[in-house]
Design a protein. Structure first.
Length: 259
């Protein structure tokens, strides 16, 4: 079992438009199901802590309904931890849930930057979907490079912002900002699925890509688990061989003593 931390926005309104927002429920629910079905533990955190705001729930989507009705999930979302007090060493992966609110509070959160870098530097996975990659901006690694620098990433596109009618209110175009920080933005058509894997960084373009991001993260987990089991088996065989050698040495010593 791996421990995955989902990080959510604390912004409840899009700029000064009066339009309510929050984390995108589909982008949390569909990965949650993938991780849960694989037997992993999912925890939650947000920029400010407490109960994060959310977008509308699609009641025709059984996965979103199950997510919002799950008792453990409801308890976890009732009072999330602030990202700046979370110990990255407690998690095997961090997954940044999208929603337009992330554009205002993800990029400049030093707590989120330290969390993401900490998980990644320890060999963990980092996933992000739609506007979630806003939390990858300004993340610096120990070698001084940005996490997205020189990597291919997917995120909500400029055309999708126009199609969503948000191009005039967002503080910046996410795809452009990612490229300004050295990433190569890869995209599919408007609202089509696109998932990109770059080492241990997995990103998705839009809500349709959320489950795909989780599935690719699960594949990486499977590789890690396979390697861990191989290492455990190797260590076990080494210990067994050492004990057998000790037994044989004692037998030889006893035989020599008899003669």
């Amino acid at each position: 079992m791996k421990k995955i931390l989902m990080v959510l926005t604390s912004v409840s309104e899009i700029a000064d438009t009066g339009e309510k927002t929050g984390y995108n429920v589909a982008e949390a629910a569909h990965p949650w199901k993938v991780f849960k079905d694989s037997g992993h533990f999912v925890d939650f955190a947000s920029i400010k802590g407490g109960q994060p705001p959310r977008d509308e729930v699609d009641t025709h989507d059984p996965i979103q309904v199950a997510f919002t009705e799950d008792e453990a999930t409801r308890a976890g979302l009732y009072n999330t931890a602030r990202v700046d007090v979370v110990d990255p060493g407690q998690y095997d992966a961090v997954y940044l849930v999208g929603g337009h609110g992330t554009m205002w509070d993800f990029p400049d959160s030093e707590g989120l930057q330290k969390l993401v870098a900490g998980v990644y530097e320890a060999g963990g996975l980092v996933g992000a979907v739609c506007h979630g990659p806003a939390g990858l901006l300004n993340v610096k690694l120990e070698n001084g490079l940005g996490l997205v620098q020189g990597r291919k990433v997917a995120a909500f596109t400029n055309d999708e912002e126009v199609a969503a009618g948000k191009d005039k209110v967002i503080p910046f175009f996410l795809a452009d900002r990612l490229e300004e920080q050295g990433a190569t933005h890869v995209s599919a058509g408007v609202f089509e699925e696109m998932v990109v894997v770059a080492d241990r960084l997995v990103t998705g373009q839009n809500p349709a890509s959320a489950a795909g991001v989780a599935k690719e993260m699960e594949k990486l987990f499977a590789e890690v688990i396979h390697q861990e089991k191989a290492e455990e088996q190797h260590e076990s065989e080494a210990v067994r061989a050492e004990k057998d050698a000790e037994k044989n040495a004692k037998k030889r010593a006893a035989a020599e003593a008899e003669h």
